[in-house]
Design a protein around this ligand. Sequence first.
Ligand code: C5P
Length: 403
Amino acid sequence: MTDLSKKHIVLGLSGGIACYKAAELCRALVKQGATVQVVMTEAAAQFITPVTMQALSNRPVYVSQWDGREPNNMAHINLSREADAILVAPASADFMAKLLHGRADDLLSLMCLARPLDKVPLLLAPAMNREMWAHPATQRNMAQLQADGAQVLGVGQGEQACGETGDGRMLEPAELLQELVALFQPKLLKGKQILISAGPTYEALDPVRGITNLSSGKMGFALASAAHEAGAQVTLVAGPVALATPHGVRRIDVRSALDMHAAVMAQAAQADVFIATAAVADWRPAQVAVEKIKKDGNGSMPAIQWQENPDILAELAASPRAQSGALFCVGFAAESHDLQAHAQAKRLRKGVPLMVGNIGPATFGADDNALLLMDAQGSTEWPRATKLALARQLVAEVARRLK
Ligand code: C5P
């Protein structure tokens, strides 16, 4: 099962240079199992050809409301009735202004107006020059479009095709794909604030060396994605990892265990759930050398004094908010053997209601995992699956326990 299997997506393109990204988006949607029907405005066809979009979607593209291919000659009705969602990417400033007024003088706007409001979600991915984006007319139009039931996705920031720099770039295809996948996930954590720690920590020995571990951060990032998909507001405190931030997730980068401790504590007062997936170093060098530690030729490594790091999870689990039930804490136990015994002992030692065990060497860096859930009642095995699939399962489990 891919994330969009059995979903029929109408991908609308209005005129803008970001049309070139729509080609990649179309391909990504098809790869995720969706059937994609492309509808383009005449302006969009100035930027990318219907031939390209037909080849990528494997379906003839619709451009005109006078297209006679439909037996009843009502493409706007048929296309909008079949859709599980309509995504207009790019949505130009002009196209949004048109939608706002309910104008319908081309197939795409006609189809958006004709869509059953309660059944077919409409997502808009704006793309325009930064001045056009910031203009009060555009901002006003967006607010009204949201009030009328459309979901206006954000924009990216950076260099624009016109040579200027600022807000207004269309979100990247991977980000739009995430938003569309999220649309179909149950909103089990709507209104909840989820705090997640992820990745390794790095404990500096001197300016160029340090102690770290093999945690990739993938499980924590998958949980952040899954919690965002479930409608939560997600803050991800990440150690040094080379992973893209899931769209819609607030990320705070940290390096050492002390940095991670400070960042998590600063966010914890607002959180409803804390999920500790980070592989936090237990110890740090008591002193960080100001200069690189050099070999002195006597064949032995200079002695290092170690100091224990604070246990972030245990500290939060013992806090008044966790004790009163306002903050639900979940720990992860990465073990090499005797998972059940070690994970249960760790759960009791850290005082958390739920501890998730996994075999460290079998999961560090991998895209899949197998989990063992431990609570006061006992244990449940979750067989090997992708980290995202397991993360969705865990999000559902946490949501059930919050009730
Ligand atoms: O003690 P151990 O590191 O095996 O415990 C693992 C769990 O505790 C994980 O959830 C990890 O994120 C959390 N932890 C923590 N702060 C530490 C050590 C571990 O939050 N200093």
